[in-house]
Design a protein around this ligand. Structure first.
Ligand SMILES: *[C@@H]1O[C@H](CO)[C@@H](O)[C@H](O)[C@H]1NC(C)=O
Ligand SMILES: [Cu+2]
Length: 285
C-alpha cells in the first residue's frame, strides 16, 4: 500500500479519535504543513502504523508515505534543535488539551541513510513523550556524514505508547544532512514492537502523574543530558560476538538467540518463519 486511502465516510468519527499528535519539526512526509509533499494526509498521519478507527494499517517503515519532492529540512552535523509536535485536532493547545498521550511512553529519534532499511538512534525520551507543549531536544551526531539523496535521508520519530492498545507510531521527515565525516554512523536500531512484523509486544514505562491526555511534566532532565552527549564517544551498541541468527532449515526454520552466552533455539509462532534483519529476527509468513 503506497498511499493511504482515508475513508471519508468516517471523517466525522476520525476527527474525534485522531487526537494524537504528529511530529511538526522536522516536518514529516505527508504533513498538512509540508509544502513539498505530493500527498497531504489530513486524517491518518496521527494514527499508529497499526491503523485505527477510519485509518488503515500502514507499513513499516514510515507508514509508506511518498517521498517529498524536495528536502523540507536541512540539518547540520552537531546541530542541536528541539523536535516539536502538532495536534491537528487542537492547533492552539493549552494544558487541558486532549493529546491522546496514552500516558506517554518511549519516544526515539533516529536517522536513516537508506530510506529506513537501517537506523541510527540518536535520542531517546522516556515516560513523558510526546507532548505538544514541550520541545524535545535532539543533537545530530557531530560525526554524521552528509546525506543528500532524496528518499534515502530520513529523520524518524517513533513512539511506543505506555497505555491503551499496543501500538507503534512513526513519522519520518526527508532531511538533508550536511556533515563532515565520511564514516557511516553505526547502526543503532530503533525499538520495534507492537506491529505484526515485530512480535515483541510491550508497554514502556509511562507518565502516570497525569491522565495521559492533559499536559505532562515534559522531557526528563537526564534524558536531555544523555541526548546531548557527544555521539562519537558514546559506546558502540554491544552486540554479542555470536548474534541472533535465523537458520533456514527447509522443513522447519528456527532461530538461535544468545542471552548472556546461553544459547536458546526458538521457532516463530504458527505458520510464520524467521527472517534475518541485521541482528534481529523478524517472524513473517
Ligand atoms: C527546547 O525544549 C526545552 C524543553 O521543553 C525547553 O526548555 C527549551 O527552552 C527549548 N529550546 C528552544 C530553543 O526552544
Ligand atoms: Cu490513541
Amino acid at each position: 500500500m503506497k498511499f493511504l486511502s482515508s475513508l471519508f465516510l468516517l471523517a466525522s468519527l476520525i476527527y474525534s479519535v485522531s487526537a494524537h499528535t504528529t511530529m511538526s519539526y522536522p516536518l514529516p512526509r505527508s504533513h498538512i504543513f509540508n509544502p513539498n509533499t505530493p500527498f497531504k494526509d489530513y486524517t491518518c498521519l496521527t494514527s499508529p502504523l497499526n491503523g485505527g478507527v477510519g485509518c488503515l494499517p500502514k507499513p513499516f517503515p514510515c507508514g509508506g508515505y511518498p517521498v517529498d519532492t524536495k528536502f523540507s529540512t536541512i540539518l547540520i552535523a552537531g546541530q542541536k534543535f528541539n523536535v516539536t509536535f502538532y495536534n491537528p485536532a487542537a492547533p492552539n493547545p493549552d494544558s487541558s488539551t486532549d493529546q491522546a498521550r496514552h500516558n506517554g511512553g518511549l519516544c526515539e529519534f533516529a536517522l536513516s541513510y537508506n530510506g529506513g532499511i537501517t537506523w541510527t538512534k540518536i535520542a531517546t525520551y522516556h515516560k513523558t513523550c510526546p507532548d505538544v507543549l514541550f520541545g524535545w531536544t535532539v543533537k545530530i551526531p557531530e560525526n554524521a556524514p552528509t546525506c543528500d539523496t532524496l528518499g534515502q535521508c530520513l529523520f524518524s520519530w517513533s513512539w511506543i505508547n505506555a497505555a491503551g492498545n499496543l501500538e507503534f507510531y512513526q513519522n519520518c521527515a526527508d532531511v538533508k544532512i550536511i556533515g563532515k565525516s565520511i564514516t557511516p554512523l553505526p547502526e543503532i536500531d530503533i525499538t520495534k514492537a507492537n506491529l505484526p512484523e515485530f512480535e515483541d509486544a510491550f508497554f514502556p514505562e509511562g507518565d502516570p502523574s497525569n491522565t495521559g491526555n492533559a499536559k505532562g511534566s515534559g522531557p526528563l532532565a537526564k534524558d536531555i543530558t544523555e541526548n546531548l552527549k557527544p555521539f562519537s564517544t558514546k559506546p558502540e551498541p554491544e552486540y554479542a560476538p555470536e548474534t541472533t541468527k535465523c537458520v533456514k532449515d527447509k522443513k522447519s526454520p528456527y532461530y538461535i538467540v544468545y542471552n548472556n552466552g546461553k544459547k536458546t533455539t526458538l521457532k516463530c509462532k504458527g505458520t510464520k518463519v524467521c527472517h534475518q534483519r541485521h541482528n534481529n529476527i523478524v517472524c513473517k509468513k
